[in-house]
Design a protein around this ligand. Structure first.
Ligand SMILES: NC(=O)c1ccc[n+]([C@@H]2O[C@H](COP(=O)([O-])OP(=O)(O)OC[C@H]3O[C@@H](n4cnc5c(N)ncnc54)[C@H](OP(=O)(O)O)[C@@H]3O)[C@@H](O)[C@H]2O)c1
Length: 277
């Protein structure tokens, strides 16, 4: 398949006020795509959009809470009002919470699904309607490497990421007859505000706060991988081959996977008890 020329093809990106979404907005604009940046913090969106325009790109902003389906429908309509027929949508907005599964409240559980899973679907549905009609388009979900491994204390988050992954993989085949591409994106630990937000929501995020730099990447690395996928659509975008194969191995030998994280979990539990691990 020949590489797709992205110049002039509009994209809507949620969670574009920070981290992976902001870096992807810049990378897409550099590739010539007009970008609608969406999230809740208008000042941060405007800052990123101004940066894009300074680089010669096209960008508009839309304030949205992706948990609100009507607001998401208005967001997709606003993207088309600004730039004409939309070509791609990146459902990227999301957050994590560090909580044992037996301690998480129903409100917290519904809250994280409302944003990470339902928020993605609210974003994708109105775009897909248009893509099917026009027989063209590309849907991307920002899932995670944890879609394939339920990290203890992040099981609720991992479940939202697995649900995005399942939706995306099925939609890929369901929408293929309409020439609409669907991809899921699986970053590893990425240096963004994600960890601060998870910490603030959880009281602390001690399991991941000391994650080794070896397992961390920059949001720009993810952004470049997304742009490559837009140019040459693929089912899954992995930003670490090592982690991808680790996840496959963990599915084949679950006890091996448990061994891999047992030390991390014990250290966290010892910290909770106030003991030296
Ligand atoms: N960082 C990692 O290690 C990592 C690894 C794998 C996957 N991911 C995934 O990557 C995606 C982006 O995360 P990030 O690392 O870039 O984190 P981040 O820096 O915290 O960015 C999260 C973005 O989501 C937006 N957002 C959160 N709740 C929202 C809501 N209800 N409505 C609209 N926008 C909302 C935030 O904007 P506002 O606060 O302005 O609304 C922000 O722009 C997430 O889906 C995350 O699960 C992250």
């Amino acid at each position: 398949m020949a590489k797709i020329d992205l110049a002039g093809k509009p994209i809507c990106i949620t969670g574009a006020s920070a981290g992976i979404g902001a870096a992807t907005a810049v990378a897409c604009a550099d590739a010539g795509m007009p970008v609608l940046l969406a999230a809740r913090r208008e000042d941060r969106l405007v800052e990123v959009a101004d940066g894009i325009r300074e680089r010669g790109g096209k960008a508009e902003v839309f304030v949205v809470d992706v948990a609100d389906p009507d607001a998401c429908r208005r967001m997709i309509a606003a993207a088309e009002d600004a730039f004409g027929p939309l070509y791609a949508v990146f459902a990227n907005a999301g957050y994590g919470v560090e909580r044992a599964m037996h301690e998480i409240t129903e409100e917290e559980l519904r809250g994280i699904f409302d944003v990470n899973f339902f928020g993605s679907m609210h974003t994708v549905w109105p775009a897909v309607e248009r893509f099917i009609e026009r027989r063209t388009g590309h849907v991307l979900f920002c899932s995670s490497c944890l879609a394939r491994f339920p990290l203890p204390y992040y099981a609720a988050y991992s479940a939202t990421k697995a649900s995005q992954h399942h939706a995306g993989r099925a939609m890929r085949l369901e929408l293929a007859p309409y020439d609409v591409h669907v991809s899921t994106v699986h970053p590893i630990g990425t240096k963004t505000e994600f960890f601060d937000v998870a910490g603030a929501r959880s009281g602390a995020a001690s399991l991941i706060e000391h994650t080794s730099d070896r397992f961390m990447q920059t949001p720009e690395t993810v952004a470049q991988a997304v742009v490559r996928c837009l140019r040459k659509p693929c089912a899954e975008v992995w930003t670490s081959r090592f982690v991808r194969f680790g996840m496959i191995a963990s599915a084949l030998v679950p006890t091996l996977a448990d061994l891999g994280v047992r030390k991390m979990v014990r250290q966290r539990q010892a910290r909770d008890r106030g003991a030296t691990p």
